[in-house]
Design a protein around this ligand. Structure first.
Ligand code: MLT
Length: 313
């Protein structure tokens, strides 16, 4: 009997086709990402579950997943899956660590320019007919110091782009070897050094017990006056209340956030500040990246269900 996979989030059609081509039965039910009761009702019929970020795979769902063998996350972060509960049931959890890295790095760079030249604010003002030419004095990025917290796949691409923009790039990442730092062209530094030197700080680390609030009130107090802060990684890495206070006092010149402590973010301490730019977790939202992660997750899950081959678990 062919294995059965349920896709419970909005995945590119490419994934459905791959599963079919590989001989896996697939049901595309993206509405289930928001309907946990229905998901719990039918999950027992499936060997594989393919998701993005909307589906929350809780112990309750896993309890009903009597034949589930694999969960495939089309994307990087698996924080919407209860990994200990999945492991306890012998369910493999795999992600696609590379498919959306470039796209996410590009979003961070776009945010950096948006902050440096206040593009969203200038757009709103111009389209309101105000022509406030004197209000929007920007800063040049050339020769500024870009501080990267977390220099893995995405951080390294941001570093490469930053170097291309003639910025001085420094990185804090305990896992970054001196050889890799040399290859990328960044200076490996300690966190306090990065905080003291960076004109722009961008975060590219997962949220773990160690990285939670890495930009705490205390850390923010160590940054340079006029620093700009970008978070396109995970909500919870920055203390949003402390950052708001630092923006209000003028110590932090601007912040661009794509991710928030609570998502969907209908309200947030950063909202409404004139020097804040926000997007709704769009880091990975390009057609190219979504196609990449959908193809990768479908291939990886098919490999596992048909041949027992494990990748990116
Ligand atoms: C990821 O973890 O891959 C990104 O945050 C994108 C997403 O969640 O859609």
């Amino acid at each position: 009997m062919a294995p059965r996979v349920l896709i419970s989030d909005k995945l590119s059609d490419a994934a459905v086709q791959i599963f079919k081509d590989r001989g896996v039965d697939v049901d595309f039910r993206p509405e289930l990402g928001k309907d946990k009761d229905k998901l719990a009702e039918i999950i027992g019929d499936y060997d594989g579950l393919a998701i993005r970020s909307a589906t929350k795979v809780t112990p309750k769902i896993l309890e009903k997943a009597t034949r589930l063998k694999v969960i495939g996350r089309a994307g990087i972060g698996v924080d919407n899956v209860d990994i200990p509960a999945a492991s306890a049931k012998g369910v493999i959890v795999m992600n696609t660590p590379f498919g959306n890295s470039i796209t996410t790095a590009e979003h961070a760079i776009a945010m950096m320019f948006a902050l440096a030249r206040q593009i969203p604010q200038a757009d709103a003002s111009t389209q309101a007919g105000k022509w406030e030419k004197n209000r929007f004095m920007g800063v040049e990025l050339t020769a500024k110091t870009l501080g990267i917290i977390g220099c893995g796949n995405i951080g390294a691409i941001v570093a490469e782009r930053g170097i291309g923009l003639k910025m001085k790039v420094i990185a804090f990442d305990p896992f970054l070897s001196p050889e890799r730092a040399l290859t990328i062209g960044v200076e490996k530094v300690e966190l306090d050094d990065l905080l003291a030197r960076a004109d722009v700080i961008t975060l590219h680390t997962p949220l773990t017990e160690k990285t939670k609030n890495v930009l705490s009130a205390e850390a923010l107090a160590k940054t340079r006056k006029g620093v700009r802060i970008i978070n396109c990684a995970r909500g919870g890495l920055v203390d949003e209340v402390a950052l708001r206070a630092a923006l209000d006092s003028g110590h932090v010149a601007g912040a661009a956030f794509d991710v928030f402590g609570v998502e969907p973010a209908e309200e947030n301490p950063l909202f409404g500040h004139p020097n804040v730019v926000c997007t709704p977790h769009l880091g990975a939202a390009t057609t190219e990246a979504q196609e990449n992660v959908a193809l990768q997750v479908a291939e990886q899950m098919s490999d596992y269900l048909l041949n027992g081959a494990i990748s990116n678990a």
